[in-house]
Design a protein around this ligand. Structure first.
Ligand code: FPP
Length: 261
């Protein structure tokens, strides 16, 4: 099947991208607080601006060949922040779900939340359940918001559950991890982190095993669809060998793991 290049007209200089089918892009949306401080605004204003940046990216994602988009909205480590900031983020996420659910339904976006649900406010928990149920049939994009999410915690929970399972294999472990996470578990193709830091911060440790990483200096509220396009172009330049050799070098040389050396 040939994939047609698409032109993004809302970007000042039209950019042509050939969408790779079925990408999972995960984004660590870092830098909201620093952006707000640089504008003389409270940190909560940075999170609000971050939610706006997310909106534009979510809208553009399906046209760019992205089938799953995972955004880091609240890390379990963020509970260490002052209560007023965590509460502001939780209220913002609640408001976001209430406003965006019908938009997601219109656009064919399936919305899921990955992470723990036992520590967030009950009203947010209910809004998540409603949003997930109402958007369950969406096929254009699977949008996953990571809320009270810790990859280590999820892997640990899955390992505890897995211990009781009879069939033991990495594939069944992935299935158990998907159950623990609620919103599924699929391999990440491209991980983008804004805000200048170059670390994973307990995000999708298992799923990023073979992901390509793009780190950007820009703070999340400054991130635009043009930056997503630029990151996808960078991704397209990378050769993904998953530990094997580049394709040309591989021709006729495949060896199985237990072949004699
Ligand atoms: C990172 O910036 C952002 C957060 C910890 C939480 C909030 C995230 C969003 C609002 C973006 C995604 C939102 C939606 C609704 C999809 P930071 O506070 O760590 O920034 P800093 O490193 O500059 O302090």
């Amino acid at each position: 099947m040939s994939v047609q290049p698409i032109v993004l007209r809302q970007i000042p200089v039209p950019v042509v991208v050939t969408p790779a089918p079925s990408l999972h892009v995960a984004i660590i949306t870092d830098g909201n607080g620093r952006w707000a401080s640089s504008q003389g605004l409270p940190r909560s204003a940075g999170h609000r601006a971050g939610a706006e940046a997310a909106r534009a990216v979510i809208e553009a994602a399906p046209r760019l060949g992205i089938h799953t988009l995972t955004l880091f909205a609240l890390s379990s480590a963020n509970w260490q922040r002052p209560a007023h900031e965590v509460n502001a983020i939780l209220s913002l996420l609640h408001e976001y779900l209430l406003v965006e659910t019908s938009h997601c339904m219109d656009e064919g976006v399936r919305l899921s939340v990955i992470g723990r649900r036992d520590r967030i406010p009950a009203t947010l928990r209910e809004a998540i359940a409603d949003a997930e149920a109402l958007t369950a049939k969406g096929t254009q994009l699977h949008l996953r918001l990571a809320i009270d999410y810790s990859a280590r915690e999820a892997i640990y929970q899955a390992a505890c559950r897995f211990y009781k399972a009879t069939k033991l294999s990495p594939e069944t472990f992935s299935d158990v991890l998907a159950e623990v996470l609620h919103g599924g578990s699929t391999e990440v193709d491209l991980l983008i982190r804004t805000g200048g830091e170059q670390r994973l911060s307990d995000f999708l440790l298992w799923e990023c095993a073979f992901a390509e990483f793009v780190f950007l200096q820009k703070r999340w509220p400054e991130f635009t669809v043009a930056d997503l396009v630029g990151s996808l172009k960078e991704f397209q330049k990378r050769e993904r060998t998953r530990g094997a050799l580049p394709k040309e070098a591989l021709a006729g040389t495949k060896v199985s793991a237990n072949s004699s050396k």
